[in-house]
Design a protein around this ligand. Structure first.
Ligand SMILES: [Zn+2]
Length: 202
């Protein structure tokens, strides 16, 4: 499957689940776009993939590294263990962001109506920027400005704490960022399994 198809299947998965996750408005829009980005995330194990080209040399080097440690393309990142690693990473970034929140903020960096920067936002912010930019790139939205739009969207999401919004998933309440990550990766692996077969799911 092409990056565009993976991104679309991720976006569709979040939109379809939107009502059960009780998300509306801006959170729904952010969730759809972020799940589209997470839909191409497992291909970070290939230096020529859409997501690996998001931030040029930086992400291409990272993809080369991931390919080495995960056992090559369509291997470790295309398994339940891969979904778990990405999701735990998203949870950890969110927990770190939350630990830097000042009392009184709504979960992000908004203090008294003013956006306040905290180093605790950096991991989640980078992850958000990667997902947004990958989504815009895969869906061919924004052209050359796609990456800038992605970074801008990541800043807004991070400063408002929207990525920390807890969504009801079964009997759990999972932060938005971890939810979209797990959902997008699952949609990706399902797509690869249908079209290529042979993902080492377990
Ligand atoms: Zn793949």
């Amino acid at each position: 499957m092409l990056g565009r198809d993976h991104a679309l299947s991720g976006a569709f998965a979040f939109a379809a689940l939107g009502p059960t996750l009780h998300v509306t408005g801006s959170h729904l829009a952010a969730g759809v776009l972020l799940t589209a980005g997470a839909g191409v995330l497992p291909d970070i194990d290939h230096p020529d993939s859409t997501i690996a080209r998001s931030f040029g040399f930086l992400t291409e080097s990272f993809a080369w590294f991931v390919a080495r440690i995960s056992g090559g393309h369509r291997h470790g990142t295309h398994s339940l263990a891969g979904i778990a690693v990405f999701s735990i990473g998203a949870l950890a970034a969110g927990a770190y962001q939350l630990s830097g929140t000042r009392v009184g903020g709504p979960g992000g960096g908004l203090v008294g109506g003013h956006a306040a920067f905290s180093w605790h936002m950096v991991p989640a912010g980078l992850f958000l920027a990667l997902l947004y930019s990958a989504a815009l790139r895969a869906l061919q939205i924004g052209g050359h400005h796609g990456d800038l739009l992605g970074i801008a969207a990541a800043l807004v999401t991070c400063f408002t704490g929207a990525d920390l919004t807890r969504l009801p998933v079964g009997s759990w309440h999972v932060p938005l960022l971890a939810t979209v990550t797990a959902l997008g990766c699952a949609a990706h692996i399902a797509g690869d399994e249908l079209t290529h077969g042979g993902c080492p799911i377990f």
